[in-house]
Design a protein around this ligand. Structure first.
Ligand code: HEM
Length: 144
C-alpha cells in the first residue's frame, strides 16, 4: 500500500481525528473546503520567491491539481489519485529541507487562516513529518 493509499484508507471510529465517523477531510468540509484552500495555498507558494521556480514549468491546471491532491492526502480524504508515488514525483526535483519546510509553513498557515481545528493542524503537522523523506531530495541539493 502506498502512503497515499494508507492516508486514504476508510476511516474508522477510533482513528485519530475521526469524530462521529468523519475524517479530518470530511470535518473541514471535504472537496469544497479543499478547493477553497487550494486558492489561498497556491497564492502563498507562488508568491514565495524560494518556491515559485519549482512550478514555473508546471501548467496551471497541474499546479492546482498538485495542491488539491496534497491537501486531500494530508487530510486523509478519498483516494482519487492514481499518479506517481511521492518519492517518484519529487526525488528528481532535488528539493532541499528548507524548501520542504517553507511549503509546510504555507500549508499550515493556509489551514489555520481558514479556521481548521487544532487537532486537524496537529495531524497535518504529523503527516508532513511522515512524508518528508520521500519528498526531500535524498542526494545533493538542487542542481547538485
Ligand atoms: C506533503 C508534501 C507534498 C505532497 C503530499 C505532494 C504531492 C504531490 C503529488 C501527489 C504530486 C504528483 C502529481 C502528479 O503526478 O500529477 C506532486 C508533484 C509535484 N510536486 Fe509535490 N507534494 C508535496 C511537497 C512538495 C514540495 C515541498 C514541492 C516543492 C518545493 C513540490 C513540488 C512539486 C512539483 C514541482 C511537482 C510536479 C513534478 C513533475 O511534474 O515532474 N511538492 N506532488
Amino acid at each position: 500500500m502506498t502512503d497515499i493509499e494508507a492516508a486514504n484508507a476508510p476511516v474508522q471510529e477510533g482513528d485519530p481525528g475521526v469524530v462521529a465517523g468523519a475524517s479530518y477531510y470530511q470535518r473541514v468540509g471535504g472537496a469544497e473546503a479543499v478547493k477553497a484552500a487550494v486558492g489561498l495555498f497556491y497564492d502563498k507558494v507562488l508568491a514565495d520567491p524560494e518556491l515559485a521556480g519549482y512550478f514555473a514549468a508546471v501548467d496551471m491546471e497541474q499546479q492546482r491539481r498538485h495542491l488539491a491532491l496534497m491537501l486531500t492526502v494530508v487530510l486523509g480524504g478519498p483516494d482519487g489519485y492514481s499518479g506517481r508515488g511521492l518519492a517518484e514525483a519529487h526525488q528528481p526535483l532535488g528539493i532541499p529541507p528548507e524548501h520542504y519546510a517553507l511549503v509546510g509553513e504555507h500549508l499550515m498557515a493556509t489551514l489555520s487562516e481558514l479556521g481548521a481545528p487544532a487537532d486537524v493542524l496537529a495531524h497535518v503537522g504529523d503527516v508532513l513529518v511522515q512524508v518528508r523523506d520521500q519528498v526531500v531530495g535524498a542526494g545533493d541539493r538542487r542542481g547538485g
